[in-house]
Design a protein around this ligand. Sequence first.
Ligand SMILES: O=C(CO)COP(=O)(O)O
Length: 254
Amino acid sequence: MAGNWKMNLNHFEANLLVQKLAASLSEQQLTDVEVAVLPPFTDLRTVQTAVDGDKLLIEYGAQDISRHKSGAYTGEIAGSMLEKLGCTYVLAGHSERREYHNEGDEIVNAKVKAAFASGLTPILCVGEGLDIREAAGHCPHCVSQLDAGLAGLKPEQVKQIVIAYEPVWAIGTGKTATPEDAQEVCGALRVRLVEKYGDEIGNAVRILYGGSVKAANIAAIMAQPDVDGALVGGASLDAEEFASIARFREHVAR
Ligand SMILES: O=C(CO)COP(=O)(O)O
């Protein structure tokens, strides 16, 4: 269960939220679910200090990574810097990066590789816009983003990666895909992974659903066979709400 904070919370607020989240998770005795937060870059050091200092059972990571190793790339953050901050995960190809920063599949693939080169686990995001959904092109579109994002990876890297299916029309809009919509695309992604990398790897890859996930709708989404978790935006900014979402980590075994 991953919380993408997007461009919210300064480092003081970040500290408060991770502490509260850890308290809510332990109150609910959620020790067997992997919970990760993805704060803005400027919060990462604070989150690291809180997690290490208090031995909190929370993983964390970044929302973006430079495809370059180092050098004259003003404003960018290298994988090695994230690694030094103890990050486990990094998003690659979130729809907001694809849309507002013109990140195409090739750049996203380079970012996935940069993440692995620094020992980070990429969370590769795929998803269709409303026009593609209305033209019924959502499955092929997402499968093609998956293929492009994974191009050139070794099978053991594919096994480790996390995929997030986030229909763009359901992000921050309050419109959730129905559980069946989520399963349709997550199932198509699974079929593709199995086809290309075999049963063992294809079934080991964790596939998350994202888009207006809340405590009130998570149960039906997690009941889908190919949904292994959620990538949560707005609702991850509320510790109790996010902890309640994390309670629904059990899904029907494939
Ligand atoms: O984009 C998302 C997570 O990465 C989803 O955001 P919301 O949960 O706010 O719709």
